[in-house]
Each structure stands twice: as structure tokens, then as C-alpha cells.
Design a protein around this ligand. Structure first.
Ligand SMILES: C[S@@+](CC[C@H](N)C(=O)[O-])C[C@H]1O[C@@H](n2cnc3c(N)ncnc32)[C@H](O)[C@@H]1O
Length: 224
């Protein structure tokens, strides 16, 4: 399809699965150019308008970011997602709910986050990241020491990082990793029986399909 560059980043995963509907194709050519960014510097004028900036890594079909953005018009949400059908789903929600405070980065969230000035980010979300269960693929997991350290640097004091996964091995991986960060973050774990409120933490498509127990993690930055 013209105008869609699916080769700009090797995501290790699928970048497109379904044909887009006519409405989605229209939104891709009419709406996407005004909401899409290629780098954090494209947000310059927006950073003065909005009090807080939040980033969602791998927003999938956009349920979480769209609901939060619709609830908080004074906050800017930047969604990162290379998956074409996911971007199309989010465009449909932005259009239907007339959302003005979402920008979309169609690439590797690490590139976007690395460009954010230190201490400028109010929060980040990494919900149901691909678990890469095979041992030889573990380095592909998004949640790594380097990524957590980078997000910590970018967060403001009291800034928040939320993560969730239903994958048992990824849950252990996250808990082990975070044991090294107790001086830098206040760490709070919840499980499916004590799920955070849907209003503050909207449910994603992946979460609805999740079979096992879910680990919800909220980190609040407390130190440098
Ligand atoms: C398992 S899906 C979860 C989607 C959504 N968060 C949910 O809960 O429904 C993981 C998503 O992360 C995206 N993704 C993987 N690596 C990424 C990266 N480095 N930057 C941005 N998105 C990424 C994938 O394209 C995929 O859509």
C-alpha cells in the first residue's frame, strides 16, 4: 500500500496482518500526517502546551492510550507502535472520540525515549510486552536493565512507570530485575485479584485475552 513504510524498522514481530478498511485507509492518509512524529523534537511546540508527557510502548490497538487521553485533555500521550493494523485502530479511536492529545511514533520506542530530555517525562507504560520465551531470544525483551535505567533518567521526580505481563517467566524476569532498583523506585506489585482500577489503568485487548494470572507493576521514581 502506498504511503505505508513497513520496512523502516525490524520489529522482530509482525508489522501488518489484516487489510485495512476503507475508513482506515482514509485516516491513514488524512489523519496520520497530523498526529505522526518522526522524533521527539517534532513535539517542541506541544511540550509548552501540555503539563505532562506520557509515553506508551507498544500500544497494540490503542485501547489504553485512547482512554487515558480522552480522560486527560491537558496531558500529552505519545504512543509508540510499529504494527500497522494497531496504528490504524488507534487512528479510528482518535477520530471517533475527537482526541487531540495523542501523537504516534511508528517505530522502536527506545529511539523515541532516548531523545526525551532527562527529567522531562511524567510517565511510561509497557503493557504486555512480547515475552520472547525462548532463551536465545531473551535479549529481545523490551524490559532490560538498560531500558529501565534509561526510563528512570527520563522520568521526573515522582514520575511513574507501569508494566504488566501475564507471562510467568517474564514476571520472574521483571521481579529479579527490579530488585536492583529499590533505591531509585518505589515498587508496587499487584496481581489479578487486586487489579488497579480500570479508570486509571484501562484494560488492553491483550489483557482481555490473557489466560493466566497477571502481574501489574507500578514504579514511582524516588531517587537519582
Ligand atoms: C503483545 S503486544 C501488546 C499490545 C498492547 N500493549 C496490549 O496490551 O494489547 C506487544 C506490542 O508491542 C509492540 N512492540 C514490540 N517491540 C516494540 C518496541 N521496541 N517499540 C514499540 N513497540 C513495540 C508490538 O508491535 C506489539 O504490538
Amino acid at each position: 500500500m502506498e504511503g505505508i513504510d513497513t520496512k523502516r524498522w525490524n520489529s522482530y514481530g509482525r508489522v501488518r496482518s489484516r487489510r485495512l478498511t476503507d475508513l482506515q485507509r482514509k485516516l491513514w492518509s488524512v489523519l496520520l500526517p497530523s498526529v505522526s512524529i518522526d522524533s521527539f523534537s517534532d513535539l517542541e511546540s506541544n511540550t509548552q502546551t501540555y503539563r505532562d508527557i506520557f509515553v506508551e510502548v507498544g500500544f497494540g490497538h490503542g485501547e489504553h492510550i485512547a482512554q487515558l487521553a480522552a480522560q486527560s485533555a491537558d496531558t500529552l500521550f505519545v504512543g509508540c507502535e510499529p504494527f500497522v493494523n494497531g496504528v490504524s485502530s488507534l487512528l479510528t479511536k482518535i477520530d471517533a472520540l475527537d482526541i487531540k492529545n495523542i501523537k504516534i511514533f511508528r517505530g522502536d520506542a527506545r529511539l523515541l525515549i532516548s531523545e526525551i530530555p532527562d527529567g522531562a517525562l511524567s510517565g511510561a507504560f509497557i503493557l504486555f510486552p512480547d515475552p520472547w520465551p525462548k532463551r536465545k531470544h531473551i535479549r529481545r525483551r523490551f524490559i532490560q536493565k538498560d531500558t529501565i535505567a534509561m526510563i528512570h533518567r527520563k522520568l521526573k521526580e515522582s514520575g511513574v512507570l507501569r508494566m504488566a505481563t501475564d507471562h510467568p517467566a517474564y514476571q520472574i524476569w521483571i521481579k529479579e530485575l527490579l530488585a536492583q532498583y529499590t533505591k531509585l523506585f518505589k515498587v508496587n506489585f499487584s496481581d489479578s485479584a487486586n487489579r488497579p482500577s480500570e479508570q486509571s489503568w484501562p484494560i488492553t485487548r491483550y489483557e482481555r485475552k490473557a489466560a493466566g494470572d497477571i502481574l501489574y507493576v507500578e514504579l514511582v521514581k524516588i531517587g537519582e
